[in-house]
Design a protein around this ligand. Structure first.
Ligand code: FAD
Ligand code: NAD
Length: 402
């Protein structure tokens, strides 16, 4: 009998961790990993590179550090489509590759909710390329101010006060002192506005933590426009709703951080999905295509406690990877007693920049410096679990002093 062929799409938290576990299991199977870049990037650190507080090289490492060439073939390519009936995947360069079992871990894209102008005029925190663009764009606007003296060049609008928006604001406000010095710009000319559609910032946290987080960012100069949804982005700024009225803020930079959707490959491949997320079976297989498993942001799992989908997070993607590896191992061995995924929430920490954060860890609220230390521990843990100790030592965050 020929060896089973397992194809893994995406070398993110879900995909790469699943591969790592499978390689350790000593199976009679052939693994193929497909990723558009030859590096893994820490998606959870992208806002830091976007603001320019961390070099992009610091949040990537070569996929070859995890791939065991004796067991796995790595293909650097872009997935275009999954052909479920033929059990093949169409890649941009290589054409079609076949699989016996498929694991999808292609992550997410920014959700624009069909809002006009966002695709043309807003930048998103989604990949290494996109965050390099953000950093370069902000620096170029500051540089331009010297010759053009148009103050809106120094206005930065962040759409969305969810986790990504708040974490980006934390980094950006820490970068501003360096930017104003480098480009010789008066600090009072810089305007940072955060637009939030909902009546509350970060509704996941209690009011005390949110007030602390908002207070820290306001002290650093952020203006919060809460309950004011962005309606349109233009070449000059954004239009937003204030009650019945539509108002405008002129800005040189618009960062869109108002939520994510699963990868568009999901819809292109004809999966039944909502905003690119497939409601998977409890064992992470796809209903009707049980040879396919999905982990991470392309999957949707309902939280039995409130009957609502779990938010797409790295924490969930990595826990799903453990279960996906167990179930793929069973499938390769011809066993049918697959195990169910059960999410164990350890907590959530939202960074406010290098030395500050808010969060709840193992049910305990944390804020300020202790919370920021916890965030670094979480970040280092992901490097350790997927990249290993060498990668963690090389790329990890160990500045545990103020
Ligand atoms: P990812 O880890 O994003 O990996 C997807 C991989 O697929 C990437 O390597 C990508 O290059 C590749 N890929 C995509 N499309 C293609 C294609 N067509 N062809 C080939 N390869 C492709 N979650 C937390 O739990 N804690 C946090 O602190 C946290 N912070 C975050 C901060 C930011 C700024 C953002 C944006 C998200 C954050 N999240 C956090 C959410 C978390 O990053 C995601 O839930 C997580 O990355 C999902 O893992 P994944 O494996 O599905 O995808
Ligand atoms: P999110 O859904 O958590 O927040 C998006 C915010 O944008 C919401 O508050 C929403 O009301 C707002 N919004 C939507 N439409 C808007 C509009 N038209 N105008 C203004 N505001 C609008 O999404 P996110 O922050 O992009 O995060 C994506 C996922 O990644 C989430 O699951 C999140 O939990 C996770 N994440 C986690 C962390 C962390 O744990 N530290 C950090 C970043 C992201």
């Amino acid at each position: 009998m020929s060896k089973s062929k397992v194809v893994i799409l995406g070398a993110g938290y879900g995909g790469l961790k699943t591969l790592k576990k499978l390689q350790q299991a000593n199976l009679d199977a052939e693994f193929v990993l497909v990723n558009k870049n030859d590096y893994h990037h820490e998606t959870t650190w992208l806002h830091e590179a976007a603001a320019g507080t961390l070099a992009p090289e610091k949040l990537i490492y070569p996929i070859s550090k995890v791939v065991d060439p004796a067991k796995t073939t790595f293909i650097q390519d872009t997935v275009i489509k999954i052909n479920k009936d033929e059990k093949t995947v169409t890649l941009a360069q290589e054409g079609e590759i076949s699989y016996d079992y498929l694991l999808i871990g292609l992550g997410s894209e920014a959700e624009t909710f069909g809002i006009q102008g966002l695709k043309e005029y807003a930048l998103t925190i989604t990949s290494i390329e996109s965050v390099k663009k953000i950093r370069a764009h902000i620096e170029a606007q500051f540089a331009k101010w010297k010759t053009e003296q148009k103050d809106e060049l120094l206005t930065i609008i962040v759409g969305g006060a969810g986790f990504t928006g708040i974490e980006f604001l934390g980094e950006l406000t820490n970068r501003i002192p360096e930017l104003v010095k480098t480009y010789d710009v008066p600090r009072e000319k810089v305007r940072i506005v955060c637009m939030e559609a909902a009546p509350k910032v970060l509704p996941q946290f209690d009011a005390k933590l949110v007030d602390y987080g908002v207070g820290v960012l306001e002290d650093r100069g952020v203006e919060f426009y809460v309950g004011k949804p962005v309606k349109e982005a233009t070449a000059d700024g954004v239009k937003y709703a204030e009650g019945e009225e539509v108002k405008e803020i002129k800005a040189g930079t618009i960062i869109w951080a108002a939520g994510v959707r699963g990868n568009r490959v999901i819809e292109a491949s004809g999966f039944e999905a909502g905003r690119g997320r497939v409601k998977v079976n409890n064992n992470l297989t796809v209903p009707g295509n049980e040879e396919i498993l999905i982990v991470g942001d392309c999957s949707l799992i309902i939280n039995p406690a409130n009957e609502r989908p779990y938010p797409p997070t790295a924490q969930i993607a990595m826990q799903q990877a453990d279960v996906a590896a167990v179930n793929l191992t069973k499938m390769i061995k011809g066993e049918t007693d697959l195990v169910d995924f059960v999410y164990h929430e350890k907590g959530t920490v939202c960074s406010l920049g290098d030395n500050d954060a808010i969060g709840v860890v193992f049910g305990k609220s944390l804020k300020g410096y202790p919370a920021s230390v916890m965030k670094k521990v979480i970040d280092d843990r992901a490097l350790l679990q997927i990249g290993g100790p060498g990668i963690m030592m090389n790329k990890g965050k160990f500045k545990f002093y103020k």
